[in-house]
Design a protein around this ligand. Structure first.
Ligand code: NAP
Length: 266
């Protein structure tokens, strides 16, 4: 039974990194929040902290890569809340030789980055459609614009997000639902990513933004109805180069930078 008629924005992966920055940004715009992250990562305390912005905040600790958890969460949300904005942010990746990558690692990326995004979007769609005007922001990556060696399935998962989102955008236009994709370059969100960015030296800093800056650009772009949000001039130039130079050169160049991470680690 729906007893809460307020509208909410739902953010996945909201306990740290970019998801946390989205939560701060939306709370500062006085938008009510539904936050999702894995259990035991401080989400309840963060939800309490956000209430200082005079917004309603509810939190849900669950593993979105497990289909039964995701279905149960979507069911609960659809019964209890009006969701007018969905931010599909939770995602993971890494750098490793494909032959060394355990299957659980590869499955984990596909389950979270691809399956959870598609399933949550599909299950919440009737709810979003009811809102009069609604918004979906999917978090891709600059890695979506070129295949990259030693990143295994991560760049392909982010290219999937790009194609899925832009097709859906066209389809949902008729229902007054805006779909946007944001493509962050490097962000020092957690210790692992920070170490990887720093090991790339100067190249790792090209297009670097803080999570707060990306969250702001992402939400502004979404509310303005933009399809593709590529943050900053360096990333825009990078995207243009990746689409213009011969593909084989681009793949070799971006892969060389990533290979350096492996060498610095070994
Ligand atoms: N950092 C970068 O340089 C970079 C660049 C381009 C794109 N991106 C993209 O930006 C997004 C956010 O990345 P980030 O760097 O902020 O990541 P992060 O710091 O690792 O945070 C990931 C968030 O997702 C949550 N999460 C992870 N696995 C989950 C699962 N199975 N179920 C539910 N929640 C889960 C984590 O929850 P817990 O805290 O509970 O673990 C955390 O809140 C991702 O889609 C990533 O691909 C990042």
């Amino acid at each position: 039974m729906m007893n809460d008629t307020k509208q909410y924005a739902l953010i996945t992966g909201a306990s740290q990194g970019l998801g946390k920055a989205f939560a701060f940004d939306l709370a500062s715009r006085r938008i009510n929040l539904l936050l999702v992250a894995l259990p035991g990562e401080g989400l309840p305390a963060f939800a309490e902290q956000l209430k200082q912005h005079d917004v309603e905040v509810h939190h849900f600790e669950t593993d979105l890569s497990l289909r039964e958890n995701l279905y149960a969460l979507a069911d609960d949300l659809n019964r209890r809340f009006q969701v007018f904005m969905l931010v599909n942010n939770a995602g993971k990746g890494g750098t490793t030789r494909f032959e060394m990558a355990p299957l659980e690692y590869l499955n984990g990326i596909i389950e979270l980055n691809i399956l959870a995004t598609v399933q949550l979007t599909r299950l919440l769609l009737p709810n979003l459609k009811r809102q009069g005007k609604a918004f979906i922001l999917n978090v891709s990556s600059m890695a979506a614009f070129s295949p990259i060696a030693y990143k295994s399935v991560y760049p392909a998962s982010k290219a999937f997000i790009r194609h899925f989102s832009l097709g859906l955008r066209e389809e949902l236009r008729a229902f007054n639902i805006v779909v946007s994709v944001v493509y962050p370059g490097p962000m020092k969100t957690n210790a692992d990513v920070t170490q990887r960015i720093e090991s790339q030296g100067f190249k790792g800093r090209i297009g670097l933004f803080s999570p707060a800056a990306i969250a702001k650009l992402g939400i502004e772009g979404l509310l303005a109805g933009r399809a593709n949000i590529v943050p900053g001039l360096a990333n825009q130039l990078n995207r243009w180069l990746m689409g213009t130079l011969p593909e084989a050169w681009v793949i070799r160049m971006v892969s060389k930078a990533v290979k350096k991470e492996l060498r610095n680690r070994n």
